[in-house]
Design a protein around this ligand. Structure first.
Ligand SMILES: [Zn+2]
Length: 332
């Protein structure tokens, strides 16, 4: 019993250390932005959102990666006011990669991973402002009661008084609704397992299924793909995946490695584009710095950490523990 309590306390301690690290990193991103004269970086910045639910319990055992809808609305206002940035769709990025050379500039693509019922309100807010966004859906989980791969969601569903809007995955009938709001629905794999943990045959089958289900749900060919967990350093982005993604007509894929993508590198990095995660406290200068392509020094520190002797890449062990507890992993 005492051992169990000790383990739980250690888990909470690690979570708080991780949160503090991310916060300090985001402060550093604001400093980078200030040093750059509050001008956006040239290139393609891709922001990564997850849940946008309201009223989640504040003290929770796992980081729910939630940006409260009210905070999200403020972020949209801030981003819309950044006139030096052009918001682009996934379709536009695909057209660049298929031949149309992008002119110099600062571009921003908004992406959401996993997709819950609560993201419908975010979709309506985006549509009312004429802002495009790509929603990445793990297709085996459409219409399920809960995302079984998410320790937080499973915990959340078990709480008395939990609002189903906090944790219910998107339903099949909502996918065309998203499309009618000009949201681009794209695959986030089928099973939401790390592709690095699968055999080649499993991986190809998983990608094929997810592309086919999205195509059927929204009646058009997907062009983008988001890797589950998405860390190239931890082995979630196997090189062989790009071959199958290309075969399925996918033009680019996004990882969870943090950073801004230089336009000159877009073709080279098309199947491992970097993103910047958005946190619940990112308002004002914090969200401006991220939309401008600044993400702090943590990504560089992580890549150095994983190059240390003995730091072998281990793909996320699906269903075992919580990815939130890894000292360096972002969720994708
Ligand atoms: Zn995901």
């Amino acid at each position: 019993m005492a051992r169990l309590r000790g383990k739980a306390l250690l888990g909470v301690f690690r979570l708080w250390v991780k949160r503090a690290l991310f916060y300090l990193n985001d402060v550093a991103a604001v400093i980078q932005y200030a040093l750059h004269g509050f001008r956006p970086r040239q290139g393609l910045t891709i922001l990564c959102y997850h849940r946008t639910a309201q009223g989640l319990p504040r003290r929770v055992p796992f980081n729910p990666y939630n940006v409260d809808l009210q905070v999200f609305l403020k972020q949209l206002e801030t981003i819309a006011a950044m006139k030096a940035i052009t918001i682009v769709s996934a379709g536009q990025v695909a057209r660049w990669l298929e031949g149309e050379v992008p002119p110099h500039g600062s571009y921003l693509l908004l992406t959401f991973d996993d997709i819950w019922q609560n993201n419908l309100s975010a979709a309506r807010a985006l549509a009312s402002r004429g802002m495009p966004a790509a929603f990445f859906v793990p297709t085996a989980h459409i219409g399920k009661e809960v995302f079984s791969f998410s320790a937080f969601d499973v915990w959340c569903k078990a709480q008395s008084g939990a609002d189903p809007d906090w944790y219910t995955p998107i339903r099949a009938e909502d996918l065309p609704r998203l499309r009618s709001l000009k949201i681009e629905v794209q695959p986030h794999s089928h099973a939401h397992r790390s592709l690095g943990s699968m055999s080649s045959a499993e991986m190809e089958d998983d990608i094929r299924q997810s592309v086919a289900i999205v195509r059927q749900a929204v009646g058009e060919d997907p062009v983008a793909f988001a890797y589950p967990y998405g860390s190239t350093m931890l082995g979630d982005v196997p090189l062989a995946a790009a071959t199958e993604l290309k075969r399925q007509g996918i033009v680019f894929a996004v990882a969870t490695d943090a950073g801004c993508n230089r336009l000159a590198d877009l073709r080279r990095d098309a199947y491992r584009l970097r993103r910047i995660p958005v946190n619940p406290y990112d308002v004002g200068l914090f969200i401006r710095a991220k939309a401008a392509g600044f993400c702090g020094p943590l990504s560089l520190a992580k890549s150095m950490f994983h190059r240390l002797p003995g730091m072998k890449a281990v793909p996320h062990a699906n269903g075992k523990g919580s990815p939130d507890m890894s000292p360096t992993r972002q969720r994708g």
